[in-house]
Ligand binder design. Structure first.
Ligand code: SAH
Length: 269
């Protein structure tokens, strides 16, 4: 029988864990995980409860933001795959401004701040202003999103290497990847932001020797109620993802572990 626990009021057990003080005039850069609020860390929950202002990525789910203290101000800001969004410099500038006003500033980012999240790029100019920054890791979409689709990123028999690759660089171009080396050394490859250059990703991997029948799985809005999964092959992925209406934010997983989803997909619903 399914059993659900609803969290009401404060989580008393948090008082047994010692968290650092969220100082005024400081910035906490915190990973919010891939979407499902249950995948939030206790650290992130603590930060949500103590921040004065929360500057959050477009990708951060409203169910997570609803855990903020009632007194906190929410400021949406950040990247959303392909659409116009705040410039990186403007985000950093805003964080500096808010900290200089003496506020406890929570910069809430999707997944993990350092996994294709430009966390360091955002933090360094803040540190340059002598403002304290604390980085709190989160569960990255490449790991939890693949799992929720029923795909383990590694398996003892299948792969000793996993590669996490961005589908485009910071200017939106095809990433500078050594496709030959990637294709030959990494049985499992997980692409973040794969949709813009999917045809190029497919053709480069085929050119580098990956076989057309290789299993491929795409998952969009993973871990949320809108999660959509499409299982296909390298040869058919461009057409099938289009037909399945897979759109950003999405992950593309290529490799033998995709076949596990037949047995494992039900373990995450
Ligand atoms: N720092 C984030 C990644 C930021 S880049 C992390 O660690 O997860 C943004 C990309 O992450 C999206 O374009 C998509 O490729 C991936 N992503 C983030 N959340 C996702 C989700 N819920 N489902 C599928 N992909 C997701």
């Amino acid at each position: 029988m399914d059993c659900f626990y609803v969290i009401t009021g404060t989580m008393d057990f948090l008082s047994h864990i010692s968290f650092p003080k969220f100082e005024k005039a400081s910035v906490w850069m915190v990973g919010a995980g891939p979407g499902d609020p249950k995948l939030l860390t206790l650290y992130a929950y603590h930060a949500l409860q103590h921040a004065d202002v929360i500057v959050h990525d477009a990708l951060v789910d409203s169910a997570i933001l609803s855990l903020a203290a009632k007194t906190a101000t929410l400021e949406p800001m950040g990247k959303r795959g392909g659409k116009a969004s705040a410039k990186q410099g403007d985000i950093t500038q805003r964080l500096i401004e808010l900290a200089q006003q003496g506020l406890k500033v929570l910069r809430l980012k999707g997944g993990d701040p350092f996994v294709f999240g430009r966390g360091a790029e955002e933090a360094l100019p803040i540190l340059d202003k002598n403002i304290n920054v604390r980085i709190v890791p989160g569960i990255s979409a490449g790991i939890a999103g693949s799992a929720y689709a029923g795909v383990p990123v590694s398996d003892g028999q299948s792969n000793q290497v996993i590669s996490f690759v961005t589908g485009h660089d910071t200017s939106g171009d095809v990433p500078a990847v050594n496709w030959q080396a990637l294709a030959q050394s990494s049985p499992v490859i997980v692409f973040y932001m794969p949709m813009k250059h999917i045809a190029k990703i497919q053709s480069e991997l085929l050119k580098a020797g990956r076989v057309p029948s290789e299993p491929v799985c795409a998952v969009s809005r993973a871990t949320t109620p809108h999660q959509l999964v499409c299982e296909t092959t390298l040869a058919n992925c461009v057409e099938d993802l289009n037909k399945a209406n897979i759109k950003a934010p999405a992950l593309l997983i290529i490799g033998p572990t995709v076949e596990f989803r037949q047995q494992l997909a039900g373990c995450f619903s």
